[in-house]
Design a protein. Sequence first.
Lengths: 375, 366
Amino acid sequence: MRFVDEFREPELISKTADEIRRLAGTERHYRMMEVCGGHTHAIYRFGLKDILPENIELIHGPGCPVCVLPMGRIDDGLAIAHEPDVIFAAFGDMMRVPGTQGSPLEHKARGMDVRIVYSPADALKLARLNPEKHVMFFAIGFETTAPSTALTIMRARSEGIHNFSVFCNHVTIIPAIRAILDSPDMRLDAFIGPGHVSTVIGCRPYEWIAHNERKPIVVSGFEPLDMLQSIVMLLRQLNAGEAKVENQYKRVVPWEGNRAALKAMAEVFELRPYFEWRGLGFISQSALRINDKYAEFDTEQRFEVPGIRVTDPKAAQCGEVLKGVLKPHQCKLFGRECTPEHPIGALMVSSEGSCAAYYNYEHRKAAMVTLSLAG
Amino acid sequence: MTDGLTLDRLTPQPPIAPAATPADAAPTRFRDPQIEMAHGAGGKASRKLVEGLFAPLLYGAAPGPLGDAAHVDINGTTVAITTDSFVVKPLTFPGGSIGELAINGTVNDLAVSGAKAEALVVTFVLEAGLPTQVLEAEVRAMAKAARNAGVRIAAGDTKVVEHGKADQMYISTTGIGRLLPGVTIDPLSVRVGDRILLSGPIGDHGITILLARGELDLEADLRSDTRSVLPLVEALIRAAGPGIRWMRDPTRGGAATSLNELARDCGLGMVLFEDQIPVRDTVRGACELLGLDPLHIANEGQFLAVVSPEYADAAINALSLAPGGNEAQVIGEVREQPAGTVLVTTLYGGSRIVDMLVGDPLPRIC
């Protein structure tokens, strides 16, 4: 398959892995954070840890939009969907995320009109097909998905569709990275930069990480060879004592980003003064809301939103895992109370969440290693 | 796959009625407060429902490994019996329709249990308002599929529910089959070193249905793989009968779920070689786009088999020569570790655990 197989070519992969081992040596420990949940998923799916030397530690970052959404926002969305004649539309990613009274899928089983859509445009199509209902699109995602939400709202305006609104939970990546770097318990050497987000925002917004924080960052693709090559680029910088922004994912990411997408976002959204992130707390200017010009498409302005705040269960250590302070299996609930079938924290729900990825692909392997060491 | 209500597949035959514990006092372990869609999706949740509620109350004992069909002794003759219901949407799709699935599904459940379907009983649940033309087309499809599979429709039943209380039509088929000589299917007979065989490319059916629903703006030249696998199973038994340990048709939940069940039942590790697993490019492409794993996608015309190593070559040769078996592959082998687990290894030395599917596969977008 083109554009995929080239980046999974075994010989090239093992050559690159050799290069990584050579560059990493044995003297030094390297801590690299992959910001994006897609990278977390790829690391586990392709078993990249198996081919990396032990002194390269990959730390999972906050870039899984489902995982950083506070439970209260899900409850808010579901509360609105309880009103008569409302259709709750969301990506498949959201469907198993637990609210206090259950996930959207569980609400659907109890009779709520919940639809899985594959793009915001599909939600708008639902509104067109169901003029007697109100379609609420539960929007999530970083700058990757925000432009398509913006364009859909603009299209709803131009088509004069009135039974459609967006419950906007779009967040922005840079403030989250800043929060991670500001966290006192965080010791990182470098970043594997998010690939999909960067197709929209480009590479320039990361320059402060290199210049001010002196941390190298390489924007990376999602195939095994992409990620390994990015690690090579980071090792070269670290070994040379450099800190630059580099773009490994040039085949997709333009340095300046996607101007049309940014323009659509600027047309429809404005920054919220602050927004709550699961595990990271309130971060100022870290999320988007729909601006007054498009207020009629803003669920939060059209409906009474309860503004539910839910504290995560005390024992759950989602925050520490999200910041990379703890590994998923070091959380007290991991694999016991909290599993993909009965997730307590969102990190266990999305396949991009580090807990679910670790649970699905890795933890029994870890158990095996422990066993064989003990035996 | 049946939903596991095929409990007494191992000899000796347990008593028909639970002897020790009266059914109304039998302990159940199913604690989910309500039935969710996931309980019907063929993965972990389905298994919990069967093992935690159905088995203790209807079977009366902890069931052994759950197979695709039960073996029942009648006056000294053992027959295989199984049942399956079909609720597919849309009713017709590239490569097949609900009628064809209803025949092939039950024929295949019997085939991978080492039995040839002799007779089927059919139940229709129809929604008032269903156009006769639609029904007739499906009945014709069933007649054709039954002829192809060499099975007789012996009896049937029809129920009609109010408009809006069902989605057009549901079909349930129950099949009874004669055991094929020369083969014993038993997950507990699986040994370290055995080879895992797959009859052909996986994921065609599930992805075809996903695309046929028209909710995705994706198009692909792809057809459901629905067919009777009996001819392939017969060819395999002729060539490698004594070496066959286990067979299963990986329908909902995909190959990963079937192999996880086997791993759990026999307590061994199923190690798959990713580059050996046949998957069409269109299926791989769709899975890449949607964040799905082909190993979790449903099939309707493929089966998995575990054979002892000395029979592996003969088995693959026989399958390759049989019509529709030319893409059969050895996709992995049974190892001691990781016990009870399915591990996929890549050519470049990475590996990952592939678990059973939890609920339905949901596309990943953001």
